[in-house]
Design a protein around this ligand. Structure first.
Ligand code: FEO
Ligand code: CA
Ligand code: CA
Ligand code: CA
Length: 638
């Protein structure tokens, strides 16, 4: 597909586009410290043996099982899948997969069949499954299954059918783009052994960039959230760029707004871009979505507070199709990845969240109220306290509360809108792009994918905070990523202190002999880059999904397409379970109630015009999809 502009998102990642249009303040010089930081901890040291030694990054705070005992049983229980560049899904012997739902699939009998040539219109997209499946959860009611899936963004080169150089040509193209975003709620059923969408189910619902939302929490009604269309600052329209997700024990879904900034632009080239806009990457130009051409609320020169109404966690009740989604400002405003919710012993709700941008932070929310089984828990996420993580070397860390006083801000509302600046003010630790957080169901420990950060040790974050090499971010110019985990002191998620270690440092031992070879649990047979999606199954095994470099060349040779692996927290062993099709990201995961089906998201196959026709093959258009994986013998999958 031809390109008319070289500086739109086409050839650039979101971050790269942001870098060009919202540059970092200054380059700093932390380079050259990586090897020292790494070897100081010895995790790649020649004498280090694997097993419990995978955790030598700190002083054994997590007390893993003895190696011998752990090695005696194969908890992973499947044959590893080899890396490959095939345009299909590869699962281990004894497993099979099928497509459940894909972009453009009809959700109602009045929907349109997917048109391979035009790839639909605004109207057809509003009645169809959205694009770019990401975080997901499965809900159950009366033996029926309701699947909720984020539709993070749209692949413009694909959805516009090759017309318009991947940019909307008119208002209907914008309508289609906005409708491809948001959340798809679909009842699914298993019939003759295969899962599919139940058309016309009363639960089927599309939530898009135009769906009314209620603004709740400390920032509700604050001056920063008031607009011409909503002078009281309590109701906004739509959610977009929802990446990972969360789910609550009271059966609601959490959609997490990530790169919300890339949709705003300015018709006035001289409009002032203040520090708050700069910190969140909001500037004169959008990433090519061109929504402001058809909807003026995305024009920051006319509606400067509109960007303050995005970047939140959105709580959705999927079992009430007429419910109004609630933006939970109490959980802060940043580029939310997912929201991992655990209950403290006293019933307070703790939500762990990453801000996925180079050098941004990890957060923890603690609710004021307490969960009560069978009680009214609907608004537990409306008020609470927000913390950012400060990691120290030698395996210790603490949660620092973002009070208005500590942040130097006038109110809690301001902290909830300008959360990044509040966390900078308290000296939170700049991280290597925190993606999904997952909590172990069997013990008080929490894991987070730090996907990569080519600027580690080289450039500060957008707020000017330095990004020194060390602690949980041990490599300069980190291209491979790592997974950090922490155990709250006393096993209490309300504790302010924690002990951390690195579970895995990804790398390529075929290419590198230094820190970029990865930690000892990375081998020629399981290597990967850029861990992103992350979830525990009920056995306490850790499922790791990747969103990385799929060139299979250079520093990534031998790693193949993006993939999904399973890690054993007790032993550190990691085994590749699945490889996705070409140019996809594997993201989003959920299990059926009987744990015999695993649902996984295949996002943007063929995103760069590569040779993908997933999932339908032939000459068909590549389409993001949710797939189901099961065992041929009908056994449990996690
Ligand atoms: Fe949408 Fe951070 O991935
Ligand atoms: Ca992600
Ligand atoms: Ca990612
Ligand atoms: Ca993605």
């Amino acid at each position: 597909m031809s390109q008319t502009r070289t500086d739109t998102i086409h050839d650039l990642s979101f971050d790269e586009f942001d870098e060009i249009h919202s540059p970092r303040p200054l380059a700093t010089e932390f380079g050259g410290l990586a090897e020292r930081a790494v070897s100081r901890r010895g995790f790649l040291g020649a004498g280090a043996s694997f097993g419990a030694a995978a955790f030598v990054m700190s002083a054994g705070a997590l007390k893993p099982l003895p190696v011998a005992a752990a090695a005696a049983t194969d908890r992973l229980g499947f044959e590893p899948v080899a890396a490959n560049g095939l345009d299909t899904v590869t699962v281990p012997p004894g497993y099979r997969w099928q497509v459940v739902a894909k972009w453009g699939d009809p959700m109602w009998s009045r929907s349109f069949e997917f048109d391979q040539t035009t790839r639909g219109s605004g109207e057809s997209q509003e009645l169809a499954f959205g694009d770019n499946a990401d975080g997901m959860a499965l809900f159950h009611r009366g033996g029926r299954n309701v699947l909720v899936v984020n539709n993070e963004y749209v692949n413009r080169d694909i959805i516009y059918g090759g017309a318009g150089a991947g940019e909307p040509r008119d208002a209907d193209d914008v309508r289609k783009g906005k409708a491809g975003h948001g959340v798809s709620v679909v009842e699914i059923e298993r019939r003759d052994g295969a899962w599919s969408i139940v058309e016309d189910s009363p639960w089927n619902r599309r939530i898009t960039a135009d769906t009314p939302m209620e603004i709740t929490g400390p920032a509700r009604g604050h001056a920063l959230l008031k607009t011409a269309a909503d002078p009281s600052g309590v109701e906004s329209l739509g959610t977009w760029n929802d990446c990972g997700n969360g789910r609550t024990p009271w059966d609601t879904y959490l959609a997490c707004e990530e790169n919300f900034n890339g949709y705003f632009s300015s018709s006035d080239p001289d409009v002032r871009i203040g520090p708050a806009f700069k910190r969140y990457g909001i500037g004169l130009r959008d990433w090519g979505y061109a929504w402001a051409t058809a909807d003026e609320r995305f024009d920051i020169s006319r509606h400067p507070n509109e960007p303050n109404r995005a970047g939140y966690v959105v709580e959705i009740d999927p079992l009430d199709p007429v419910s109004i989604p609630k933006k939970r400002t109490a959980l802060g405003r940043f580029k939310h990845e997912n929201a991992e919710l655990v209950l403290a012993a006293n019933g307070q709700v703790v939500v762990y969240m990453g801000d996925d941008e180079r050098g941004e932070f990890l957060y923890r929310f603690v609710s004021d109220g307490r969960y009560a089984e069978g009680g009214d828990n609907a608004d537990l996420l409306e008020s609470g306290r927000l913390f950012a993580a400060r990691f120290a070397d030698e395996g210790r860390g603490e949660w620092v509360e973002l009070t208005p006083e500590a942040a130097g801000m006038a109110s809690r509302a301001e902290v909830c809108v300008h959360t990044r600046m509040a966390a900078s003010a308290v000296g939170a630790t700049t991280m290597d792009r925190p993606e999904w957080v997952a909590a172990n169901p069997n013990r008080a420990e929490v894991y987070c994918c730090l996907t990569n950060n080519k600027y580690r040790g080289k450039k500060p974050n957008k707020g000017g905070d330095p990004t020194p090499v060390g602690g949980p971010n041990p490599r300069a110019g980190n291209l491979y990523g790592q997974i950090v985990r922490w155990a709250p002191d006393g096993g209490d998620h309300l504790a302010s202190g924690f002990a951390w270690t690195l579970f895995v440092v990804a790398g390529n031992p075929a290419v590198h002999g230094d820190a970029n070879a990865g930690s000892r649990n990375v081998t020629l047979d399981n290597m990967f880059n850029s861990p992103d999606g992350l979830a525990f199954d009920r056995n306490g095994l850790l499922w790791i999904q990747t969103d990385g470099d799929y060139s299979d060349a250079g520093g990534f040779a031998g790693q193949g397409n993006n993939q999904m692996l399973v890690g054993d927290p007790a032993t550190g062993e990691i085994r590749r379970f699945m490889v996705g099709p070409r140019q996809c990201e594997v993201t989003g995961i959920a299990w059926s109630a009987d744990r015999r089906t695993l649902f996984v998201g295949i996002q943007h196959p063929g995103e760069k015009g590569g040779d993908s026709h997933f999932p339908d093959g032939g000459d068909t258009v590549p389409r993001s999809a949710v797939i189901a994986i099961g065992r041929e013998d009908g056994g449990l999958v996690g």
